[in-house]
Design a protein around this ligand. Structure first.
Ligand SMILES: [Zn+2]
Length: 106
């Protein structure tokens, strides 16, 4: 996998954060749907107020004000940048395959 600017953009904007958090399972933050938004436990302040913006798939914490994307989330789990990008790139491929098969995992 070649790490391009375009790939990084797609990982941040096109791979649903909910899917990343679901995949992380017990290693990742807890999340829930409320008021039409997906929210998860902020890795910085631990409040359940990191909220994914459906327009750009980026999360903003309404408690501490931090912003988090998919790559940040993986790195906060202890992954280095390149391994994080590779894992997310694979999940993005799989997500797109599922979409084109008419299945949704998100
Ligand atoms: Zn926070």
């Amino acid at each position: 996998m070649k790490v391009t600017r375009e790939l990084l953009r797609e990982i941040r904007n096109d791979l649903p954060m909910k899917l990343t958090i679901t995949r992380l399972g017990q290693h990742g933050p807890i999340g829930k749907h409320s008021d039409g938004f997906f929210r998860f436990q902020c890795p910085f302040c631990k409040e359940l107020r990191a909220t994914v913006n459906p327009k750009n798939n980026l999360a903003h914490c309404f408690s501490c004000g931090e912003n988090v994307n998919n790559i940040d989330l993986m790195m906060l789990q202890g992954h280095d940048f390149l391994p994080a990008v590779k894992i997310l790139g694979n999940w993005l491929d799989q997500y797109r395959r599922d979409l084109s098969d008419g299945r949704s995992t998100a």
